[in-house]
Write a protein that binds this ligand. Sequence first.
Ligand code: NAD
Length: 493
Amino acid sequence: MAGRTSAERAGNSVETYSNFIDGEWREPQGGETVDVMSPSDGQVFAKIARGNAKDIDQAVAAARNAFEEGDWGRLSAVERGRILMKLGELITQNAEDLAQLEARDTGKPMSQARADMVAAARYFEYYGSAADKVHGDTIPFMQGYSVTTIPEPHGVTGHVIPWNYPAQMFGRTLAPALAMGNATVLKPAEEACLTPLRITALAQEAGFPAGAINVVTGLGEEAGAALSGHGDINFLAFTGSPEVGTLIQKAAAENYIGCVLELGGKSPQIIFADADLEAALPVVLNAIVQNGGQTCSAGSRVLVEQSIFDDVVDTLKDRFSGLTAGPHDTDLNCGGLISAGQAKRVIGFIERAEQAGIPLLARGKIAAGAPEGGHYVAPALFGPVPENSEMGREEVFGPVLSVLPFKDEDDAVRLANDTDYGLVAGVWTSDAGRLMRVGKRVKCGQIFLNGYGAGGGIELPFGGVRKSGHGREKGFEAMLEFCATKTLVHNHG
Ligand code: NAD
């Protein structure tokens, strides 16, 4: 498989992956690599290129050439779409291998990694079939004029993605940009980026011309900063922390370009006393356990009507006590967290909540025999969590659930909106009127009514408000982020 270099050919068990620039695998200009560690045992099992500003320069130049002069820019929308759909097919054909790699690289349980590959393929299928369906308008204007609008790709788009869903994020950010005809440069996360590299190799097989997809791996403050600050990028797409999102937005402002930012959340699930708890609670549990809570749209704050608070808490306690974290190949509820640093960060949240006197209601287990070096954190349930505490307001990004009581509908809405974030929410009630009222009053980008889907739904526009970011990914709307309208005003008399 392209992407692996000399180490593998020499039979070394630590594979080394290169950058992919202008249709070929290239060693990094600085000659350095970054170790890739498995969260399941803490062992280094691969190395990636430590790309720098020079690699980014090459990648941006290759993308610019592909867009302006190369084969990519000459393709029709339907031809682009076919190549995207072919890549979707190839991901499906290679799904099991990709899932094994994803699970090893991120620590996530195998069943989650398998589900991720279905989603990764679906991004290319969905946007491939949408490529020839974005069209302009004609606008009635003054006598003697005809006015037409044309949605045009931005040109070269820069993409910086996180480590929690590398294969899915590859599809989510690149597929709509490519479908619109942009040429792309991706900087995946240094903690986990092997499936993006493998899928890039499949993209070559699918027929993407040189320069359409360029991937430079490495550190955020080096390759990431060089990409986001590059003067020849026309649009930026970023998913990750609010802190880095702010840097990306500043870099975009310096270059007078737009950006879409998805920066996580503290998403509430609101459970009213008349909710169908049998339906709700398994979904509520899954929304925080999925991917070890390392999901931007994790349902990390459960708001429960006071009269059923104790019942709900009792059931959640039972279920939380039965959760187990362990190695990816044992396919338990949670895997190891992405890094020792992330595990330490999550444990810090748990310890500070305990020190603040917030009741720790239940704790899951770490599987007996889980490797010492793995980054495991036993799932934790806290409640009642004070609304103004760190645990009640901040994104933990781990398997930690906060439960908070509310008095009535107004109080529920007030609490739901009382964070800096606004990504996703869920409402559970058997009152149809209330579902819609609350659905409209909670400030966020996506709200599930009697359901919840952390990260689900390629077809569903997704994004946040406030500290969760702005712009929309997924769904048809993502296509519109990756183009700009040109208005042609024809004075024909
Ligand atoms: P991060 O924001 O630092 O990293 C995300 C991506 O940005 C990575 O590719 C990284 O290399 C890149 N990056 C880092 N510094 C950069 C810079 N100066 N310029 C350009 N790119 C840069 O996230 P993290 O440190 O991996 O995680 C920290 C916290 O962020 C997590 O604990 C979690 O709360 C949040 N997070 C959110 C998401 C999400 O999906 N919204 C994903 C990952 C992390």
